[in-house]
Design a protein around this ligand. Structure first.
Ligand code: HEM
Length: 565
């Protein structure tokens, strides 16, 4: 008879351990969890910006869930009775009435409304600053172009979520926003009026728009966003997270902390910080006090009416466009005064963002994977383009507040509008040019530092009367940071004709890409090469001039000493 002893297994003893074991035996999820737990994540404060968007989205879902319990998405007319006194007895939609009710009667309702609204503002701000980090550091390069596209789709959905949300209360401000939307849709040639009838279920405002926006706002958009956030984070784990340049960091390794406990703890901490700040804002800072605006009525438009910040650029674009560009051709109206600012300009801005990673890859001719981020100064044209884009966005947003600027600074609104019109064309170019020059200047400064070290402010005089300033050489880490980048060169293309003088097919296209590539990489500052560094050190003995044991004595200040040659 033979006996076998079963292998000793560590049976889970705690309830959590038992539950995990139960799950693992049925799903084998443990293998995946183990891999994820051990995954190394690089660390940098700017990686927290995406988390701000993530955590505010969670707060949006939680607070939105509460609001859906009390909001009535109906445009049926009702006479309101209740607080505030200014609204008592007014005819309004059930949507507006339920918003008032939620703010004044439902316990915690106003707090939740305010938390929800602030979360939306911070969510979109989080997306924008996160996107800026990704853009300026080149995190969108291969293999992360797909994640950039997912991100861009989420940005548009985020804008859609914000717009559909702030239109729901059916107050004067949101109603006017919808009327602008109606105008924009109608400005689309040929199909515009049909689309407007389709969207509003008849003549604007109709009775259907609020229930339709409600479905989009609480179901379709959040579901799409949730799915895309999942995909976004999955791709982030799959592609690995990028890391900032520094000693020992390459495209082939990841330097950082394990996901558990270090990274997960930080993420958890960030969630509570974001949640706490949003709750504080919601509790202390009034936002969208709709009872001050009143229920929607197509006739009044108040001054000082601004949409939420992320929509201001569209409002500004509309306010800047001269009104004369409306034509009636064969009985049909072509409203270029609306079409250009509200469809063409945003269309161009978003197309630029969507395709930028692919254009940059094409003009760089680079098909390699990149996991180490760029320092913005090392890609001057990209950085310049990014700043130019932001400048255009800010000018448009300011133009969306031209009435407020006029009243606050006692200026003529016409002068302000003209100033912004000119600025919209001049500002981004100027911003591009200045930013590019600053980047190139910083790169030259980096070269200078690597070759000659830091200035110490110590002036020494040798016995022969020569004065020098002592420079402190850079340490390894600092030097790596400043030399470890690639200064791309403009694309080289095949000649226009082959050896027998026959014109090459595709030459013109190549030539166009080459021109664009020149725009990107003509001006460049090469990193210091090892040979240059060695040469600088060989006649840079001054740099290493430090008082050492047995070293020749120097003159510093008024003290006179000797130095041997
Ligand atoms: C709902 C909105 C968004 C959420 C919740 C979100 C969340 C995140 C998080 C948590 C990360 C990892 C941490 C970090 O690198 O910051 C990340 C990475 C990334 N995100 Fe987003 N993001 C959003 C929108 C966007 C947008 C609009 C873009 C660009 C168009 C974008 C592009 C990327 C890329 C390329 C990465 C990888 C970065 C790297 O590995 O360095 N994301 N995102």
């Amino acid at each position: 008879m033979s006996t076998t002893t079963p292998p000793a297994t560590a049976e889970p003893t705690t309830p959590v351990g038992k539950a995990a074991d139960y799950l693992d035996q049925r799903t084998k999820v443990g293998v995946l969890a183990k891999q994820l737990v051990r995954k190394v994540f690089p660390d940098h404060w700017s990686f927290m910006l995406g988390e701000i968007a993530l955590w505010s989205f969670i707060v949006l879902i939680l607070s939105g869930f509460f609001l859906t319990m009390f909001f009535e998405p109906s445009m049926a007319l009702t006479v309101y009775h209740g607080a505030p006194a200014t609204m008592d007895g007014q005819l309004m939609s059930a949507a507006f009435a339920s918003t008032l009710d939620m703010s004044f009667e439902v316990r915690g309702g106003l707090l939740m409304r305010q938390i929800h609204h602030w979360s939306a503002l911070i969510f979109l701000a989080g997306i924008v600053v996160h996107m800026m980090r990704v853009f300026f550091t080149g995190a969108f390069r291969k293999p992360r172009e797909l994640n950039w596209l997912v991100g861009m789709t989420m940005l548009i959905l985020g804008l859609g979520a914000g717009f559909t949300g702030y239109s729901l209360p059916d107050d004067v401000l949101s109603g006017n926003g919808l009327r602008i939307t109606d105008g924009v849709v109608k400005a689309i040639p040929v199909i515009g009026s049909y689309m407007s009838y389709f969207i509003f279920g008849g003549e604007f405002p109709g009775e259907h728009i609020i229930p339709r926006l409600f479905t989009l706002h609480i179901l379709v958009i959040p579901a799409l966003l949730l799915a895309l956030i999942g995909l976004h984070l999955f791709l982030m784990v799959l592609n690995k997270h990028t890391q900032y340049p520094g000693g020992g960091r390459t495209d082939k390794n990841v330097v950082g902390y394990p996901a558990v406990p270090a990274f997960a703890t930080k993420m958890g901490g960030n969630f509570f910080i974001v949640f706490g700040i949003l709750a504080l804002m919601g509790g202390t800072m009034a936002i969208n006090n709709v009872w001050n605006y009143g229920p929607y009525d197509p006739s009044p438009v108040s001054a000082g009416a601004q949409p939420d910040w992320y929509m201001l650029f569209l409002e500004g674009s509309l306010r800047l466009m001269p009104g004369q560009t409306e034509y009636v051709i064969g009985g049909y109206t072509l409203s270029l005064n609306v079409l250009i600012p509200a469809v063409v300009i945003p269309g161009l801005l978003f197309t630029f963002l969507f395709v930028y990673p692919f254009i940059e890859a094409r003009v760089t001719g680079d098909r390699r994977e990149h996991h180490v981020l760029d320092r913005p100064r090392n890609v001057p044209t990209r950085t310049g383009l990014g700043v130019a884009f932001l400048t255009a966005f800010i000018i448009l947003a300011l133009a969306g507040s031209n009435d407020l600027i006029a009243t606050h600074f006692a200026m003529s609104i016409n002068d302000i509008t003209w100033a912004f019109r000119i600025l919209l064309f001049v500002g981004p170019w100027f911003a591009f040019w200045v930013t590019k020059r600053i980047c190139l200047g910083l790169q030259r400064k980096d070269r200078e530092l690597v070759l000659h070290g830091h200035e110490t402010g110590r002036i020494v005089r040798f016995a022969n009367g020569e004065y020098i300033e002592v420079h402190k050489p850079l340490d390894e880490q600092e030097r790596w940071l400043r030399v470890n980048y690639e200064a791309h060169k403009p694309l080289e293309i095949e000649p226009a004709t082959d050896a027998r003088g026959v014109r090459r097919k595709g030459y013109k296209k190549d030539r166009r890409w080459q021109r664009l590539s020149r725009f990107f990489y003509e001006d460049r500052v090469e990193p210091v090469t090892p040979a240059e560094l060695a040469a600088a050190h060989s006649h840079g003995e001054h740099d290493a001039l430090e008082p050492q044991h047995g070293a020749p004595e120097l003159v510093t200040g008024t003290r006179s000493v000797e130095r041997e040659h």
